[in-house]
Write a protein that binds this ligand. Structure first.
Ligand code: SF4
Length: 401
């Protein structure tokens, strides 16, 4: 049942475009001649195309490093609010090292060390942690902090802020919390017609960082039809890592009978990659958590398998998939490199900085409400976002639903 939508969230029940999976095109042996049983009748050489970049982004690496460094500096246990990144393999490994994952700060004993996840939190979470005397290390990705800052600025200027995102996602919860009562979440085109705002001349949008670029562009186009005075953020909210992984996958998708995206079911950027692969011409695309989920029947009629992984997926899981394929006659993994990533985010401004690399160059300082950013880090993150926005073509689609 939908709620009254005046200055409340639009409760989207439909799934994102990113959840379309596993197979959207004809099966490999029915289709367009890339399979081993098609064309000339001669078996095609089996191969694996491995897209790059893939796997951990700078924000995920920073978050994992934050937990590891906290364990080294303070000893176990170190508490972590929610999954530090959306990957069960990562979580299980950190648990073995002594991390304890909790849903809320109230579960953490007073005085303990608490790490906040890469997805970001509402300010009230930090306030509660502080009130409980917790020693907090905030591993919110700087690119999410950038979205938090945009949201606060839009709201402080009197705008209604439309947040394009998945209501149940941790990142969306954190962004909503930046301006309680002024942020409305929309998840699909139909939500736009249900929006009610106090002043249609004062409406701004932001988005979750991990959505498909095309989806956000389509949603913004529709929002602008409803609110012609719509204000946009100064730079795109879809992060460099998400765009890079999607674009790299698109390069190999058109050559692939089957694309395998390795990543967790609750990882939104992995779901977005499946959508991107199908849109780019892959005959079939599946998200798998690990090699254990692979099925021999998926390979029927295939000659070229594309492989990639989401921003929160450890490379070891990709290598296990490649080994599984090799054991079935797909021996050569050709890496197709689209972009070389060099981005590294400096560590959180926490209580255990000694083991981290040196401080970044001076830049703008955090403002109240920002996460634990070192001087210069937010400026660096915003520069990354601007560069990504300049590189990424905004192909506006009429509708995605
Ligand atoms: S996917 Fe992007 S926004 Fe998310 S943690 Fe990685 S760098 Fe940050």
């Amino acid at each position: 049942m939908k709620k009254n939508l005046s200055m409340t969230d639009v409760r989207a029940e439909a799934r994102f475009a990113g959840d379309l999976q596993p197979t959207q095109h004809p099966a490999p042996d029915e289709g367009r001649g890339r399979g081993s049983g098609s064309g000339s009748g001669r078996p095609r050489k089996r191969q694996v195309l491995l897209s790059a970049p893939r796997g951990f982004c700078a924000g995920v690496q920073r978050a994992i490093d934050s937990v590891e460094q906290a364990l080294k500096a303070h000893g176990p246990p170190v508490y972590v609010r929610r999954q530090i990144v959306h990957n069960a393999h990562v979580v299980a490994r950190l648990e073995r090292m002594g991390a304890i994952f909790v849903a809320e700060a109230e579960e953490v004993p007073a005085g303990a060390v608490l790490v906040l996840s890469a997805h970001g939190v509402a300010p009230e979470v930090r306030t509660e942690a502080s009130a409980r005397g917790l020693r907090t290390i905030d591993a919110t990705c700087p690119l999410v902090t950038k979205i938090h800052r945009e949201t606060r600025r839009f709201a402080q200027a009197g705008n209604s802020v439309i947040l394009i995102g998945e209501l149940s996602h941790d990142e969306v919860a954190g962004t909503r919390g930046q301006a309680p009562g002024q942020v409305m979440v929309i998840s699909e085109p139909a939500d736009i017609g249900r929006l009610e705002v106090p002043d249609p001349e004062r409406v701004a949008w932001v988005s979750q960082s991990t959505l498909p670029v095309e989806f956000v562009a389509a949603m913004v186009s529709l929002l602008r039809q409803r609110f012609p005075a719509l204000t946009s953020p100064p730079s795109e909210d879809i992060c460099y890592a998400v765009s890079n992984r999607q674009n790299a996958l698109k390069v190999i998708a058109g050559r692939s009978d089957l694309v395998l995206v390795v990543g967790a079911p609750n990882s939104h950027n992995c779901q977005s990659m499946v959508t991107a692969a199908l849109a780019a011409g892959a005959r079939a695309a599946r998200r798998i958590q690990s090699a254990e989920e692979l099925r021999d029947e998926w390979l029927a009629g295939t000659s070229t398998i594309g492989v990639s992984s989401g921003a929160s997926t450890p490379e070891v899981l990709v290598q296990e998939v490649l080994a599984w394929l090799a054991a079935r006659g797909y021996p050569v993994a050709e890496e197709v490199v689209s972009t070389v990533e060099t981005q590294v985010f400096a560590p959180p401004r926490d209580r255990v900085p000694a083991q981290w690399p040196g401080p970044p160059a001076a830049g703008n300082m955090p403002e109240p409400g920002d996460t634990d950013l070192l001087p210069g880090e937010l400026a660096a993150a915003e520069a990354v976002a601007r560069t990504t926005a300049a590189r990424t073509p905004h192909r506006v689609l009429p509708c995605i639903s």
